[in-house]
Design a protein around this ligand. Structure first.
Ligand code: NI
Length: 230
C-alpha cells in the first residue's frame, strides 16, 4: 500500500528546515550505501548524527507523532532517525530495494524495515526530474509531492529516483518497523480505520456513508479471501 500524507510539516516548518538544510555541510551519499547500492546511488547526504540532521530529524519525528493519517497507515513500532538527501546536476538513484535490517544509531538496536518514507522539502516547480518511482503490483507509481508532504510505501518495493536536471531536490528519507509486519494485514486495518473515521465524522453525510460501505465491503471480502477454506 502506497499512502501520500499531506502537510506533515507546516509551511513555517518547511521554511525553517530549508534554512538549516541550505547552511548544512553535505557529504557524498555513497558514504552510507551498501556495496551494491553504492553503484546506483549518486546524491549528497547530511552526515548521520550531524547537528542539522538531528535537529531536523526531531522536527520530523514530532510531526509524525501528531499525524493521525501516518499513525493509522504505519502503525509504527520504531521509526529510524530521519536522514536527508539532495540531488542536483543530473544526480539520480538507480533501481534498488532498501536494506531489510537497519541498526539504530546509538543504541545499536536492530529494526526490520517494513515501510520506507520520503518527505519532500522542495516544491515540484523548483526542479526537473527527481521523481521517486515505486514499482508496485499495478506498475510504476511516480511520486513528486509539494513541500511538507510525504509518501509511505512498502520497503519491499523496487524504487529509483530519476535524474534531477534542473534545480535541487531536497528530501528526508527513513524507514520504520510497524507493529503489523504484513502489508496486507496493515492495509485492512487502515481501510477499517478510514471507514470508521468517515462515518463517525461530525459532518458525515450520505456520500461518506456510501464510500464507507464500499470500503467496508472490501475489507469483508479481503478477510474472507484470507480465511476461507474451500
Ligand atoms: Ni531507497
Amino acid at each position: 500500500m502506497l499512502v501520500k500524507i499531506p502537510d506533515v510539516l507546516s509551511a513555517e516548518q518547511v521554511t525553517e528546515a530549508r534554512h538549516l538544510l541550505d547552511a548544512a555541510d553535505w557529504v557524498d551519499g555513497k558514504a552510507t550505501a551498501g556495496h551494491q547500492s553504492a553503484k546506483a546511488k549518486d546524491n549528497m547526504q547530511l552526515p548521520e548524527g550531524s547537528p542539522a540532521a538531528v535537529q531536523l530529524g526531531e522536527m520530523v519525528l514530532q510531526a509524525l507523532g501528531r499525524n493521525p493519517l501516518f499513525l493509522s497507515a504505519a502503525l509504527p513500532k520504531t521509526v529510524f532517525p530521519p536522514l536527508f538527501n539532495r540531488y542536483t546536476g543530473g544526480q539520480s538513484f538507480g533501481t534498488h530495494v532498501d536494506n531489510a535490517i537497519r541498526q539504530m544509531p546509538g543504541s545499536g538496536q536492530r529494526i526490520r524495515t517494513d515501510l520506507s518514507a520520503t518527505l519532500f522539502f522542495a516544491g515540484p516547480d523548483e526542479y526537473d526530474g527527481g521523481e521517486l518511482c515505486i514499482e508496485d503490483t499495478y506498475g510504476v507509481q511516480r511520486v513528486k509531492l509539494p513541500p511538507g508532504h510525504m509518501v509511505l510505501y512498502p520497503a519491499t518495493s523496487l524504487h529509483h529516483v530519476t535524474p534531477v536536471t534542473r534545480g535541487a531536490r531536497v528530501c528526508s528519507f527513513f524507514w520504520l518497523q510497524s507493529m503489523i509486519r504484513s502489508d496486507e494485514q496493515r492495509t485492512l486495518l487502515f481501510d477499517l480505520d478510514l471507514a470508521i473515521q468517515r462515518i463517525s465524522g461530525e459532518f458525515a453525510g450520505q456520500k461518506a456513508a456510501d464510500e464507507s460501505a464500499v470500503q467496508l465491503t472490501g475489507v469483508y471480502h479481503n478477510l474472507l479471501r484470507q480465511w476461507a477454506e474451500l
